[in-house]
Write a protein that binds this ligand. Structure first.
Ligand SMILES: Nc1nc2c(ncn2[C@@H]2O[C@H](COP(=O)(O)OP(=O)(O)OP(=O)(O)O)[C@@H](O)[C@H]2O)c(=O)[nH]1
Ligand SMILES: [Zn+2]
Length: 346
């Protein structure tokens, strides 16, 4: 089953990524080291806002006097390395951004996080969807469509695997009370926003987005567009007009777009994934899921080799610690959540 499929494919090329050597998710999001090579010493840095049919929209000099968006193509020396929304890249050529100009991407900086998908759960070939996001806002409706625990679990697994902090926004709370559903996610330290279109917690959500790069995910019809448009009013111009800052509108068929959100002179980025509905979890490493539960992961060092930490695991140190009450009041809930997530993609 695919849980993240795109309507269009241009964001997915190339299919294989020889750079996909796993970097440990870096929750602190420290900046990647810059590899300087003698060639292209004059290259300038930018960040990829969106991709459309092999053309990359790149923001130069973010927040600076020379801020502008340019269009770029891949340089052949990148070979099969993928370039995706959120990538920090180095460019040469015509970097003016003038009408008809084209720059070349010659380097992709090391990524702090990688949100990936595989074609389905049994497929280990992975594709990178978004690079360098540090948060994922999972948008789910309280009703119409009905929320499903398993679906949220899959988003959580993808986020934890990528080293991205998940947040949850429950929409359409005018249609149903989400409390019961939300009881399914204890012990995860998952921030939850409740929203209804006539009363959206925009200030609260904005506050959590400032200073971050947040990828928005959600199934069709949950109200994600309604939320994005309310948070980033300029996103309304997506159809037809070109938003000079984001480049959105020039690549409406792209499966991801970057939108800047501003508050009190501070900024954050919303990375919307229209058309991205589902994604396979074939590439997920259980160790990354465990790693998201910091206190449990520490104890796992004492588990027998190859321990799955599932309920039937003999001598699992985590289960023993929880049974002994060593992990406090929320220990049990955290273990339950971990075990459920570990079986989501197994
Ligand atoms: N009752 C109610 N309806 C809402 C709310 N938010 C959005 N809707 C409605 O739900 C429908 C889907 O909203 P969209 O924002 O288009 O949903 P989406 O998640 O972007 O879906 P796609 O455009 O298919 O990707 C629209 O008819 C909205 O008016 C809400 O809080 N309450
Ligand atoms: Zn164990």
């Amino acid at each position: 089953m695919t849980w993240w499929s795109t309507d269009d494919d241009e964001d997915d090329e190339p299919e294989f990524d020889e750079s996909a050597v796993r970097v440990r998710p870096n929750r602190r999001g420290s900046r990647p080291r810059t590899k300087t090579r003698p060639e292209h010493a004059d290259a300038i840095a930018g960040i990829v806002l969106g991709v459309d049919r092999g053309r990359y929209h790149v923001l130069i000099d973010e927040g600076g006097a020379d801020e502008h968006v340019l269009t770029a193509a891949r340089a052949s020396e990148l070979r099969r390395k993928s370039v995706v929304t959120g990538d920090r890249v180095d460019l040469v050529g015509d970097v003016s951004g003038d009408e008809g100009s084209l720059a070349r991407i010659v380097r992709v900086q090391e990524r702090t996080t990688l949100l990936r998908r595989s074609a389905d759960d049994t497929d280990e070939v992975e594709r990178v969807i978004v690079a360098n996001a540090d948060q994922m806002l999972i948008v789910v409706a309280a009703a119409n469509p009905e929320p499903r625990v398993r679906l949220i679990d899959r988003y959580l697994v993808a986020a934890f695997d990528a080293g991205i902090r998940p947040l949850l926004c429950m929409t359409k709370t005018d249609l149903a009370d989400p409390d019961e559903f939300l009881h399914n996610f204890p012990g995860l330290e998952l921030p939850v926003f409740r929203s209804r279109s006539d009363e959206m917690p925009l200030a609260e959500i904005t506050e959590s987005l400032i200073g971050h790069r947040t990828v928005f995910v959600g199934h069709s019809g949950v109200g994600k567009s309604t939320l994005v448009n309310a948070l980033v009013p300029s996103a309304h111009r997506a159809t037809g007009h070109v938003n000079v800052v984001t480049g959105r509108g020039r690549h409406t068929s792209s499966s991801t777009v970057s939108l800047r959100i501003e508050h009190d002179g501070r900024t954050g980025w919303v990375i919307d994934t229209p058309g991205v509905r589902s994604f396979g979890l074939g590439h997920v490493d259980p160790a990354n899921i465990l790693g998201a539960f910091t206190d449990l992961a520490r104890i796992a060092d004492d588990c027998p080799r190859g321990c799955t930490h599932l309920p039937d695991s003999p001598d699992c140190a985590i289960i023993e610690a929880v049974d002994a009450g060593e992990l406090g009041e929320t220990g049990r809930a955290r273990l339950d959540s971990l075990q459920r997530l570990l079986t989501t993609f197994a």
